[in-house]
Design a protein around this ligand. Structure first.
Ligand code: BGC
Length: 822
């Protein structure tokens, strides 16, 4: 129910361009039982009662679809109120620019939604006697300039305690303003300090700078205790990486991302109020007397979500990849799901969150956070006749594209699977349906429908490496192939959602349309005999993910071949790279899935770790092997998109998936890998905590441990189970804890097999000793093999007339190599 406001919006005189603080002083003589503050302000507000901040939230009123309205907040302030014995009370509300009024999105300039500061507040007091007193914002409030000299989401803040030193700053009467802003009850999660980091190292760089290293790329702000002398100032700038040991943040593009504090000599704890930063390093300049660099605190802020997923493996580098994805989620879940938290974007790009939704839902309880996003997305979609923009709020060009737009269907469907709440689908059904209808309408505008999304603009396999150059924006997979495949899957999801919601007519209409799209897709992109005509990594990922093939075996065989030809190097981008491991693992190619996961060479997830990443990079080559940042102009070290590999760990490696929405029933199908050895995963589903753990024992046995919540049924499939009478490795389990040990049908004890590739053999000392004993020249050739030859099996090596080794010798070598254990 919307609130009946008695208060008036108040603002400043138009000539007052400073950041204001609004103030109301009042006395309370009655006995007060409860005090509740309702308020908001634009761009951003921070409110205090009697000098105490009235909530633990930062950056209120957040970023929602401001064209629909601005959120207001309700706080219990009973504890902060001065009661009868000390009846004087003061409310202060500070305002900053924020998204509403500051520079934001891809447009130059600011004032996107409004060009002036304004606020509204009501303090509701309940007396012991049951009476009500209302203190409302109106002309009885006053305002003056605050010490915030400048503020902006991208550029940071100047907090100047000397701002009014030599200037008049009189208290002026607040101006009642006629704001047309619709007031919406808070539907954002609170953004709070979730963690604090301390300084790991104070670095004195070769360039003579003082740089704090927090050891972790994070988003939020820093705070410090100041004993600075009057008139002295300190300047903080954020950066993600050092370059040649020096501070660097050119990858923030036009975002200045700085905080300047000018002291008036008071001792205080200092922090910015109306901005946030992303980075690991903070450069300090100015007058550092009176501050202790080691005492700085990194305040990590994000929307208040519960962590639900935990993974630990025997490989510390895989663990770091996992942590990096988790950190990129923390840094980019500040009220809206952003692409990155540091440069002049920080936008809720729809494609990025589309590919990351699954991972996000395993890592944290994201339902409320993402429901808010979808509410705002829907508001924009209604204005755009069903189209879904590249990012919201849709400021500037709309950039409607497949995959990005398909968040409208994929997100509600994924959330429904993870959380099992039909309301998710009910609330977002029109979002889903209008998106596919929009494509259908565009399709039919051309005359007869083609049932393909083969028109318009698309981001394609964004940042893939099989495009024209390794720094191209787009990969080599045809945009319309991707678009049509997603169009199919989106339409199918609408039909499924309709079924759940009991909309049987719709269920049929969309199932039928999906079938037609599939038919058109198969006709367009497959040869008559079932060969996929688009031979790129992303194409195979997409085809397998959505079941878009005629003959699966042909597709998986061709995929294997493609990967071999690519020397097992990841080349796909936001569309393919994000689901590569999952698509491989789910389609009988887990050996390859783990190969990519565990690959340490460039480009790969672990390559980033080896180069010091503590969050997931935007590009495979954001930082080059020599530590220098890629000279292309788009390089964030904190983009979660490729972090979606983590979904593979939860859903395929640990094998935890919902068999029924909301894990009412669970599919448990772990897939161990001999090169990873051990994995422990727990996921706190809405039905309770699910545990899946596996370990490879030295003797080749597989050991599993599972925990199933009470009242939940789990369908367990044990991998490579030696079927014996009455035992198939398939079990239906109810709540409880289970352990299994067995010798699997697949050899997990020995490192190598006949199709092990030269690169892996060459990296193994024991294997190379065996090769050297039989053929020294072969050993040298293997060690010096180029990328292509290193991706072949040893047997393939011998088919080459230039290699001085016989088949018999190779067979003999392989027989011995295959005995090597872990
Ligand atoms: C963003 C992305 C986004 C893309 C659109 C970039 O500038 O950082 O992650 O999805 O533009 O393709």
């Amino acid at each position: 129910m919307s609130r009946e406001w008695k208060a008036k919006w108040i603002g400043t005189n138009t000539e007052d361009k400073f950041h204001p603080v609004f103030c109301k002083e009042f006395e309370i003589k009655e006995n007060i039982k409860k005090a509740t503050m309702y308020l908001t302000g634009v761009g951003l507000f921070e409110a205090y009662l009697n000098g105490q901040k009235i909530s633990n939230e930062f950056l209120t009123p957040y970023l929602n679809d401001y064209l629909s309205g601005v959120q207001y907040f309700e706080y219990d302030v009973t504890e902060l109120l001065n009661k009868t014995d000390k009846p004087q009370n003061t409310i202060e509300v500070f305002l900053g620019n924020g998204w509403y009024k500051g520079r934001f999105a891809l447009l130059p300039g600011g004032n996107i939604y409004g060009d002036h500061f304004a606020m509204i507040a009501e303090l509701e007091l309940e007396t012991e006697e049951g009476g009500k007193i209302l203190i409302t914002s109106d002309e009885s409030w006053n305002y003056q300039g605050s010490d915030v000299e400048e503020s902006g989401i991208y550029d940071g803040e100047i907090f100047n305690r000397m701002l009014w030193e030599a200037k008049e700053n009189p208290k002026k009467q607040a101006i009642v303003v006629d704001e047309k802003i619709n007031l919406l009850k808070q539907y954002s999660l609170p953004v709070v300090i979730k963690e604090t980091l301390s300084v790991k190292e104070v670095i004195h760089t070769p360039a003579g700078e003082t740089v704090l290293d927090f050891g972790q790329n994070f988003a939020g702000f820093v705070s410090f205790d100041s004993k600075m002398k009057k008139g002295k100032q300190i300047h903080l700038e954020f950066g993600e990486v050092l370059q040649q040991g020096n501070f660097y943040n050119e990858n923030y593009k036009s975002a200045r991302a700085g905080f300047k504090y000018i002291s008036d000599g008071r001792e205080e704890n200092v922090r910015p109020h109306f901005t946030y930063f992303g980075g690991r390093y903070v450069k300090l300049s100015g007058d550092l007397d009176g501050v202790d660099p080691k005492s700085f605190k990194g305040c990590v802020i994000y929307s208040d979500m519960e962590r639900t997923g935990f993974i630990e493996t025997s490989n510390p580098k895989v663990n770091r990849v996992y942590e990096n994805a988790l950190w990129s989620q923390k840094c980019n879940f500040i009220d809206i799901p952003t692409d990155c938290p540091q440069r002049d974007e920080r936008l809720a790009w729809t494609g990025d969150i589309n590919v990351f939704t699954g991972t996000a839902c395993y890592n944290m309880y994201t339902k409320d956070f993402l429901m808010k996003f979808m509410k705002d997305l829907r508001a924009q979609q209604i204005r755009d006749g069903g189209a879904v923009p590249g990012f919201i709020p849709a400021i500037g060009p709309k950039m409607v594209s497949s995959v990005w737009g398909d968040v409208a269907t994929f997100m509600p469907w994924t959330l429904y699977q993870m959380y099992g709440d039909e309301q998710i689908l009910a609330d977002n059904y029109l979002l889903m349906k209008d998106w596919v209808d929009y494509i259908d309408r565009q399709d039919s505008l051309r005359g007869d429908r083609q049932y393909l999304y083969n028109f318009g603009f698309h981001f394609g396999d964004w940042l893939a490496m099989d495009g024209s150059t390794e720094n191209s924006m787009k990969g080599g997979t045809e945009d319309f192939f991707i678009a049509s495949a997603y169009y199919y899957e989106s339409t199918r999801m609408v039909s499924e959602a309709a079924k759940v919601l009991g909309k049987t007519d719709d269920a049929e209409i969309y199932a039928d349309r999906a079938e037609k799209i599939k038919e058109a897709f198969l006709a367009e992109y497959y040869t008559k005999n079932g060969r996929l005509a688009v031979d790129t990594q992303a194409a195979y990922v997409v085809a397998l993910r959505f079941g878009l093939y005629m003959d699966k075996k042909r597709v998986t065989d061709a995929f294997r071949l493609r990967l071999k030809k690519d020397c097992y190097q990841i080349k796909c981008g936001f569309v393919g790279g994000t689901y590569l491991c999952k698509a491989l693992g789910e389609n009988g190619m887990e050996d390859l899935a783990y190969r990519f996961l565990l690959n340490e060479e460039y480009p790969s997830w672990i390559n980033e770790v080896n180069l010091g990443a503590t969050t997931i990079w935007e590009r495979w080559n954001t930082v080059l092997s020599d530590g220098t940042i890629n000279p292309s102009n788009m390089n964030s070290c904190n983009h979660y998109s490729y972090g979606s590999v983590v979904e593979f760990l939860y859903a395929v490696a640990a094998g935890i998936k919902p068999a029924k929405p909301g894990f009412e029933e669970i599919k448990l199908a772990p897939l161990p890998d001999k090169h990873l050895r051990e994995l422990k995963c727990s996921y706190k589903s809405v039905r309770g905590t699910i545990v899946s753990e596996w370990k490879l024992l030295e003797d080749g046995q597989l050991k599993f441990h599972f925990e199933i919540p009470d009242g939940v049924k789990a369908y367990l499939t044990l991998p490579y189970f030696p079927e014996a009478e009455g035992e198939s490795g398939k079990y239906v389990l109810s709540g409880g804890s289970y352990d299994y040990n067995y010798f699997p049908t697949k050899d997990f004890a020995h490192k190598f097999e006949d199709d092990s590739i030269v690169k892996d053999l060459a990296a193994d000392e024991e294997a190379m000793e065996i090769v050297a004993e039989v053929s020294q020249p072969l050993m040298f050739m293997m060690k010096g093999a180029d990328k292509e030859a290193a991706s072949d099996t040893l047997a393939a090596f011998t088919d080459n007339p230039f290699v001085p080794v016989t088949r018999e010798e190779v067979a003999q070598i392989m027989d011995r190599i295959k005995q090597i254990t872990f």
